[in-house]
Design a protein around this ligand. Structure first.
Ligand code: ADP
Ligand code: MG
Length: 644
């Protein structure tokens, strides 16, 4: 059979991707193109006139598939199939087949056949399906992570076994629900789910840790990651969400923080104990100064030598203010404070402590402060830095039982890559605070272990081995370092490197009130509640002097009686520890019930602070710590009353 060389033939003969050929009515091959030769492996000479059934697998042939294909094409006008076919060499390929009947003048004369080799595509598709299947199995099988998807509106679209385990919902319960279901009511109220999705939409990713709620209502601490999924055109398809239950880790972390805080507190109290020993002696001296002066004043008065009294007043006053400032520092130091880093002037901190240190270490040890001019500010918790310096001073004292020299030094320090490498610190600018002594020194073995918690060479009862380990932890936590330089028989330097803070140190606010002036309190009434008659009288005197009207009460119950009367009261000044079953805080709380705007000033020593509940002081409530200077009281009262 010869086919005229038409443009169609040329076209067909140039196609190599498709086998395009004709069959006669019986199914014998009538034409052949290069595509057919390439795909099936027969040349035109070999195949023309042969029956097309040979392209089928033996199984298909046995089942009569070739014949049915032609019948279907003839009857319906088209036959299509995807199936295995066989090449000349017996190998198989995945064929996409189309058979069309050819009619001339309405009469069937043969068939046009187009076959494509789809083996590669099929394999790729199968591979894809397989990966998808495995991935699905993988995701489904993960029990440690909740892995699920959200549509662009935040509706859950699928759910794995980890999600079921962690959140407690079965897939059937949760698919179709909004993912905010998993958030706490407070977080929902605060709009956190919406913000999370918005962030993931905008930046592609959102990560968070927080409390989430299980189906049974119990909370768990979740580590959450949300990734936006977009198609090739950048259209948002949804979000992949991975959630981990980190409750245990969180609890361990909280426990660690708590124990660290407790450790800090315990260690601080140890230092306070150690300081108090040294101070007690000093206090006796100060008290002697005061009582001695009083005695002398009495005898001078009796002798009528009034002109000399002024001198003794000054002596007594100096001793008293010295004692007050020492107690104050000690109490401030012992007081529990939240650890918060602030810009610090280390020079000021050291010089504020100098007196305390000097009195603690005793007269055999000479204390010297070598403070650098132009010292940079540093960023750390002042309470901890103070604690660190005091501990180093106590260590220095312990190392110099026969006396010696203790030097506290500050310096600006800058490490380039090399010098930082030599000292094992990060390159950069630091404020160095060092405490040096001329004491026993340490052997290299002791230096190597000195920062270890609980390492001590001191007899039990004298050392706990916590000082240096806390100092080390503090330096690390502040982004700095601690180093020991020591030689046996010569002495020791412990140096803290604290990172330079680029910025200013906030000025501490001093007293803003001017000198005592009469008449400032005109027309105001202050209720003073204190069981200590002398304190009450002192406060009443000072305020009366300034023109305030003062009402006094000696315990909580009588104070409250005044507050429940119709007497106008502008300010309540009350001690916290009071006899008679009502403490100052309870008096204040009861008074606020009838006088909600009442201004309150608690006057307290450290021991009672817990009763006020410092952290929860309501607006209009203030605290003044004992001992206080008279003008400080006056200025506080004035400031409080001036507040809106
Ligand atoms: P503690 O003072 O309770 O023993 P520290 O952690 O403060 O605990 O110090 C650990 C050890 O390091 C001390 O027991 C001592 O052996 C040694 N040490 C610390 N500071 C000095 C110092 N200035 N001179 C000599 N040895 C010191
Ligand atoms: Mg110590």
């Amino acid at each position: 059979m010869s086919i005229p060389a038409s443009p169609y033939e040329l076209l067909v003969q140039s196609v190599t991707d498709y086998a395009i050929y004709m069959l006669d009515l019986e199914g014998r091959v009538a034409s052949w193109n290069p595509g057919a030769e390439r795909i099936k492996g027969y040349t035109a000479d070999e195949i023309i006139g042969e029956h097309f059934a040979r392209f089928y697998t033996p199984e298909d042939r046995a089942a009569g598939v070739p014949q049915r294909a032609l019948e279907t094409a003839a009857a319906t006008g088209r036959f299509t199939a995807e199936a295995w076919r066989q090449r000349k060499d017996g190998s198989r390929f995945w064929a996409m087949v189309v058979i069309d009947p050819i009619r001339r003048d309405g009469e069937l004369v043969g068939f046009a056949k187009i076959t494509r080799d789809m083996t590669e595509q099929r394999e790729a598709q199968l591979a894809l399906l397989e990966t998808e299947r495995r991935f699905r199995l993988l995701v489904q099988g993960v029990v440690d992570y909740a892995i699920f998807m959200l549509d662009p509106d935040g509706i859950v679209t699928n759910w794995n076994s980890g999600a079921e385990r962690i959140k407690g919902y079965a897939a059937s319960e949760v698919v179709g629900k909004h993912f905010s279901t998993f958030y706490t009511p407070e977080d929902q109220e605060a709009g956190i789910p919406a913000r999370t999705i918005e962030t993931a939409r905008r930046t592609g990713h959102c990560q968070a840790e927080g409390w989430r709620v299980r189906k049974d209502g119990t909370p768990f601490w979740a580590g959450v990651a949300l990734d936006a999924i977009r198609d090739e055109d950048g259209v948002l398809i949804g979000f992949a969400k991975i959630t981990r239950d980190l409750t245990e880790r969180r609890e361990a972390q909280l426990a660690l923080e708590r124990s660290r805080e407790q450790l800090f507190q315990a260690q601080k109290m140890e230092a306070v104990g150690s300081l108090t020993g040294g101070l007690a002696h000093d206090f006796n001296n100060l008290l002697t100064g005061i009582s001695g002066s009083l005695e002398l004043m009495r005898s001078r008065l009796a002798q009528g030598r009034i002109g000399e009294i002024e001198r003794y007043i000054t002596v007594a006053q100096n001793a008293a203010s010295r004692a007050a400032s020492l107690t104050h520092r000690l109490l401030a130091f012992a007081r529990r404070q939240t650890l918060d880093p602030r810009p610090i002037d280390a020079n000021r901190l050291v010089s504020d402590m100098e007196d305390l240190v000097r009195r603690t270490v005793g007269p055999e040890i000479a204390v010297e402060a070598a403070l650098a001019g132009g010292l940079w500010p540093t960023l750390c918790d002042p309470n901890q830095l103070e604690n660190a310096v005091l501990n180093l001073c106590i260590n220095a004292r312990d190392a110099m039982p026969q006396g010696g020299r203790l030097t506290v030094e500050t310096a600006n320090t800058w490490f380039d890559e090399r010098s930082a490498g030599e000292r094992g610190v990060r390159p950069g600018q630091y404020v160095a605070v060092s405490v040096s002594d001329t004491g026993t020194g340490m052997t290299p073995e002791v230096v190597a272990r000195a920062f270890e918690p609980l390492f001590t060479t001191k007899p039990s009862g004298r050392g706990t081995g916590l000082g240096l380990s806390m100092i080390y932890g503090f330096a690390q936590q502040s982004g700095g370092e601690a180093r020991i330089y020591s030689e046996v028989g010569i002495g020791t330097t412990v140096r803290l490197y604290l990172p330079r803070h680029l910025g200013d140190v906030a000025e501490e606010k001093g007293s803003t009130a001017g000198p005592l002036a009469h008449g400032r309190g005109q027309g105001r009434t202050v209720l003073v509640v204190d069981d200590e008659a002398s304190v009450r009288a002192l406060v009443a005197d000072v305020l009366g002097e300034l023109g305030y009207h003062v009402v006094e009460a000696s315990d909580g119950v009588s104070g409250l009686r005044v507050l429940e009367s119709r007497t106008p009261i502008d300010l309540l000044i009350t001690d916290v520890g009071l006899p008679g079953g009502l403490n100052g805080r309870q008096v204040a709380d009861a008074a606020r019930r009838t006088r909600p705007a009442l201004k309150i000033l608690f006057v307290t020593g450290y021991a009672e602070n817990a009763a006020i509940g410092h952290a929860h002081l309501e607006p209009g409530m203030h605290v003044l710590t004992k001992p206080f200077a008279v003008d400080r009281l006056a200025s506080r009262v004035e400031t409080i009353l001036a507040e809106a």
